[in-house]
Design a protein around this ligand. Structure first.
Ligand SMILES: Cc1cc2nc3c(=O)[nH]c(=O)nc-3n(C[C@H](O)[C@H](O)[C@H](O)COP(=O)(O)OP(=O)(O)OC[C@H]3O[C@@H](n4cnc5c(N)ncnc54)[C@H](O)[C@@H]3O)c2cc1C
Length: 412
């Protein structure tokens, strides 16, 4: 039965959900305090990273972390001013890295990725979006035999989940896929099924246009609280209240603040990430390049080059430290000696992250009329189409393609 549904958040997750719900006959409004793709969804690396099934919380991570943390501009950092606040989240992260939980997370992530891949193809087809898609695969690069060997169990595990990959063992083999890399990269794993968008902001706007063309409304509105009766949900904002049959909360890294007003405590923190986007002609990027040991990637965006990554566990209010973007760019210029680093634009975004690396997709423990869809961390673009289909099935009351228990809001 058609329902009156409000989606809070016009990032790629909220807009994907809204577009899917309106396609299935519901009345849908999207509320965002800023606008479409105004936050994290505008500046990410643009990858549909379907092969990225290994959670960050992995066995041994807490042994490696102190080494990374010693370098204040390294791939992982915690600003001293935020160390105390992040401690409870880190404790959950550590527990999630134990072997039993890690293996369960890989299984849950793989199931969600399989659905994400299929759902993205349906989304591309239903919105006529192929012109914003690049199908060039991904190279995961290693410096030397030892680093490569260390990666092999991860590749074997991916293989067990049906992920296609080729292992490359010489710089010459790598150069056939991506010329111009420094020869320190002696080994690589290539995943041909990896997909990128030409521009994550344009992609989200494209989905928003498709939603609006179907009659959907996008309104500027800063929601302050959520409350619910048995039949309706009420949202408050500076100008009054808005009611709906159902509300989907997809407010990215800010979602836990609104969930709290309903009485739910969700361990959501932000992993801040940085990048620099260089104009067209900066380098001939032929595939998505992942420099895993250095915590950054290089992707082709609008014909230009985006160099970005890093994890800064620094919350939502500390000012950005753009030295991180500079360090990544400097490294990229060493790894891609022909890279023209001039004319770049820097950016910082807030990955919405849950300690076990899985998103929250499910009803609020307080009411079935509020559905949570946030916390996708490094994978919000990748998993947006699948999240939309899951929310659609929840609202329809039909059994979806995968078990939803790993993503429940009350799992903590
Ligand atoms: C450097 C970097 C690189 C990344 N690369 C990738 C990648 O290659 N692939 C990938 O899959 N993911 C990537 N990610 C992660 C991805 O960008 C995020 O997971 C995703 O954008 C989250 O989308 P979202 O819709 O949940 O949140 P957002 O895009 O942040 O949207 C949330 C929206 O909610 C609104 N909002 C918040 N509070 C309120 C309120 N109270 N009232 C009204 N509106 C509100 C905000 O204005 C915002 O527009 C990357 C992230 C970073 C930082």
């Amino acid at each position: 039965m058609p329902q009156d549904i409000v989606v809070i958040g016009a990032g790629v997750v909220g807009i994907s959900i809204a577009a899917e719900l309106i396609r299935h006959g519901h009345k849908v409004r999207v509320l965002d305090r800023t606008g479409v793709a105004a936050e994290t969804s505008q500046g990410n690396a643009g990858a549909f990273a379907f092969t990225d099934v290994m959670p960050l919380a992995a066995p041994g991570i807490m042994r490696k972390a102190p080494k990374w943390l010693l370098d204040p501009l390294g791939p992982l950092s915690i600003p001293p001013r935020y160390a105390l606040q992040i401690a409870p989240w880190m404790l959950r992260f550590w527990r999630a890295s134990w072997r039993d939980r890690h293996d369960a997370s890989v299984a849950a992530q793989s199931a969600l990725m399989d659905l994400s891949k299929a759902a993205l193809e349906r989304q591309i087809a239903s919105t006529d979006g192929e012109h914003l898609i690049q199908r060039d695969g991904q190279l995961q690069l290693y410096e030397g035999e030892a680093q490569f060997r260390e990666s092999l169990p991860g590749w074997e595990l991916r293989g067990r989940y049906g992920i296609k990959y080729d292992l490359l063992r010489t710089p010459e083999e790598i150069a056939e896929i991506q010329p111009g890399l420094d020869r320190r990269f002696t080994h690589a794993g290539f995943t041909p099924d990896w997909i990128n968008t030409t521009d994550p902001k344009a992609w989200t706007r494209h989905l928003a246009q498709s939603f609006q063309a179907a009659g959907g409304e996008i309104l500027q509105c800063d929601i302050k609280s959520i409350s619910s009766t048995t039949s309706q949900v009420e949202l408050t904002h500076a100008g009054g209240t808005i009611t709906a049959d159902k509300v989907v909360l997809a407010a990215g890294a800010w979602s836990h603040h609104l969930a709290r007003t309903l009485g739910d405590r969700i361990p959501l923190e932000t992993e801040r990430g940085y990048n620099t986007t260089l104009p067209a002609g900066a380098f001939d990027v032929r595939t998505h390049l992942t420099f895993g040991a250095h915590g950054f990637v290089v992707s082709r965006i609008n014909g230009g080059v985006r160099v970005g990554g890093a994890v800064e566990l620094g919350g939502l209010t500390l000012p950005p430290n753009y030295k991180r973007a500079e360090v990544l760019l400097e490294k990229a210029s060493r790894f891609l000696p022909g890279l023209d680093t001039s004319g770049g634009t820097q950016w910082m975004g807030y990955r919405p992250s849950i300690p076990d690396t899985l998103p929250v997709i499910g009803s609020s423990p307080k009411t079935d009329n509020v559905i949570y869809a946030f916390g996708h961390g490094h994978l919000g673009l990748t998993q947006s189409a699948a999240t939309a289909e899951i929310v659609r099935d929840m609202i329809a009351g039909t059994k979806g393609a995968i078990s939803l228990s790993p993503y429940r809001a009350d799992r903590f």
